[in-house]
Design a protein around this ligand. Sequence first.
Ligand code: BGC
Length: 343
Amino acid sequence: MKSDFGITTKKESAALYSLKNQNGMEIAISNYGAILVKVLIPDREGKLIDVVLGYDDVQGYESGTLYFGATVGRVANRIGGGTFELKGKTYRLTQNDNQNTLHGGIDYYDKRMWEVEEADETHVSLKLDSPDGDQGFPGAVEIHVTYTLTEENEVKLHYHAVPKEDTLLNLTNHSYFNLSGHASGTILEQEVMICADEFTRADAESIPTGELVSVEGTPMDFRSRKPIGREIEADYEALVLGHGYDHNWALNGSGYRQVAAMYSKQTGIEMKVYTDLPGMQFYTGNFIEREKGKAGAVYEKRQGTCFETQYFPDAVHKEQFEGPVVRAKEVYDSITTYQFSWK
Ligand code: BGC
């Protein structure tokens, strides 16, 4: 179902596409930014709970700076120094996070109108034409993102792109989840599991040093499910530098597999995360501050958490990290799924 989502400052009208399944789940996606705006799960009484942070209309998303529900590209996460070399040429990007580039630079993909290619009750496909030189990156690329809501309660995100020239690509979704409901307070008591034996150590500006550190015996160990808040205040380098969890976990295994889970005792809602990518930024909303959100909610620090599946941050500068160079006419194709269950 298509509905009105307001008018942008450029006088473009935005639309919201709602998808439903037979189990009572509903999600909504905006053509502005290819943003995941709502994820509604029936609670024990059958009332719908929205488990993602966000805004009521397109104006909220236009002025927001926290990437709620955003589709992020060309290169999600950080590129150290805001510059890189490809085929002997140096490219300069916007330095929007200290001296570094974060989430593509200031001309964000989630602040643009995407073209809706297909839409029905179960899926919506969106397209963005990113020209040669966009955000400073070489090579034109048509980016396709398809959101599907399945009868297995999966929110499936399929990314597909074929660049015209060699370039970098690392697409992610920046949804902030709170499985007790978007306006329920902090996520500290909710439990998380991450299938990773190692994480990438990072410096004070969140640029990986290149080292992989074992999670064993550290607060970064989420191999067994534990409350997010259990060790978040520990005097441990990564937590001090990140002001909480804000790191890339080197996910175990390869290919499409389950990589994480989250659970709220309060609602009985569980989410499993699947991806074919090697890394995931687990970010606990450490920088949210008095953010006016949906239906009068005011979001504060640690009231939502992101599971941003990705190639490792700054991979372009680290030989030992896979990706994110995609050659001309090579296919970039990736799937990340957030699957829900409730009791
Ligand atoms: C980054 C955080 C940043 C956030 C923006 C995350 O991907 O790792 O450091 O503050 O995005 O909301």
